[in-house]
Each structure stands twice: as C-alpha cells, then as structure tokens.
Design a protein around this ligand. Structure first.
Ligand code: 1GP
Length: 240
C-alpha cells in the first residue's frame, strides 16, 4: 500500500492526478459495471468513495462491488465513522481545520480508532478546509461549521500551513460538492506556494476548462463527483 508515496512521486514529476468521487448515497449500483468501465478508460488515477450522509453499510457494499471491476486504488473520503471499510485501499484521515467544531477536528477521529485498528487501510492524515463558494453545501450543514470567507486568503493560507506543520500529509481545499463556483485559482496558487505537501482541490469542477485552471494554479490532485454523476459523457471529455 503506497498511495501516498505514489502521490508524492507524481507531484515530484509534475504529473497531475484526478480522483473520481463516488457518493454511495447517490450512486446507482446497478450501473456499477458500466460506470467503472468508463472510469477505467479515463485519465482518472484514483477512486474516492464518501459522502456527507451515507446509510450504514452502503459504503462497504459499494466498495466491494466496484473493486470487482477496477485496479485503481480506492480511497475512502468519509463523512462519518460508519463509512470506514477495510475493503478499500486507503483512507483520508480528515480533520476539518477550517472549522471550529471539535467533533470534526478530533471527535470523529477518536471515535474511529476502535474500527480502524481492525483494518489494513493506508491512513493518510489530511487537513480539510471548506471554502466559501456562493451557496450552502452539505459539508457545511452536516459539520455545522462555517466555510472560510474567500476574500480572506491569508487566513486560508495560514490554516493550510498550520495543517502541514501539525504533520498532515495532504491539504484538501473544498468548495463543497455541487458548489456554485470551484475554489478560485488565485487561492489555489497562493496556498500552493506556501506548502511542501501535495494539494487536493475539489468541489464544483464541472468542465475541462475548470479542471485545467485548477491544475495550472497548482492543484496536484483534483476531485470530481457531481459532473460524473450528472453526465457520464464527461468521462469522454477527459479521455486518455
Ligand atoms: C466533494 O470535492 C468533492 O467533496 C467533489 O465535488 O461533487 O462538486 O465534484 P463535486
């Protein structure tokens, strides 16, 4: 299991990475073969699985299904402890450092340990920052935290840097699933300049132009969910 090592290697070569996010709550399991087939043919390098509100056991079932059809690493991006399953390869061990809700800073993490102990998942400590995007998102609602105002860029930079200095291995700037606007390229580039660790960007990226903008600004890995959920033709736009 060397998901993190591979991310670091790609970053050092200047390669750009793409994760397709599958939300077990929205995914049509009947369509799994077809969806994963398209995913395999695309430029995607990772499959992330997670959501803000997912039914108990739905993640476990979904991961074992998609595992049958792909060799791509499956990384959990959990909204809750119940979404941890040993069937995946890795786990983003998230702390919502943009917010001040202790549950999502450290509470859920403590609660996950008894479950994590029984897995062989590669655990990747990740500083997670929710950035204002123009409308309320599920992350904001579920975690009861405010997104960071997008015009206070210094605060975003300092928060990301604090995450790095606390020992986190990845920083994830999140606009929220289905965001009106993705994280502004200017914010991406200023945060990237300050960081030594890889930078993930997600939320509201719906076309190739926005994807390329995020990469150009300094995103190492981009996460896209909604655009694939809404139209699988988006895979074609991103052909290998
Ligand atoms: C959400 O960053 C991810 O947590 C992806 O967002 O669904 O808007 O692509 P989208």
């Amino acid at each position: 299991k060397d998901i993190y090592l591979n991310i670091q290697e790609s970053v050092s070569k200047g390669e750009k990475l793409l994760a397709v996010l599958i939300d077990p709550d929205k995914f049509d399991i009947e369509n799994a073969v077809n969806f994963v087939e398209k995913l395999n043919q695309s430029v995607a390098t990772y499959i992330f699985v997670g959501g803000s509100t997912v039914e108990e056991n739905a993640t476990d079932f979904l991961v074992s299904e998609i595992k049958k059809y792909t060799k791509l690493p499956i990384v959990l991006f959990p909204g809750d402890v119940s979404q941890i399953t040993n069937k995946a390869d890795g786990l983003l061990f998230l702390s919502l450092i943009s917010g001040r809700n202790p549950e999502y800073l450290i509470g859920k993490q403590v609660a996950s340990i008894s479950k994590l102990k029984h897995t062989t998942l590669e655990v990747i400590p990740t500083g997670y920052l929710l950035i204002e995007n123009g409308k309320e998102t599920a992350v904001q609602r579920v975690t009861e935290t405010q997104p960071m105002p997008k015009n206070n860029i210094q605060n975003i930079i300092d928060t990301a840097k604090a995450g790095e200095l606390l020992g986190m291995k990845l920083i994830y700037l999140e606009a929220g699933s289905g965001a009106k606007e993705p994280v502004n390229p200017k914010i991406i580039s200023l945060v990237k300049q300050e960081l030594k660790i890889p930078l993930i960007i997600g939320g509201g990226i719906r076309n190739k132009k926005q994807l390329d903008e995020a990469y150009r600004a300094g995103a190492d890995l981009v996460v896209i969910g909604t655009a694939f959920e809404e139209d699988e033709a988006f895979f074609k736009e991103l052909k290998k």
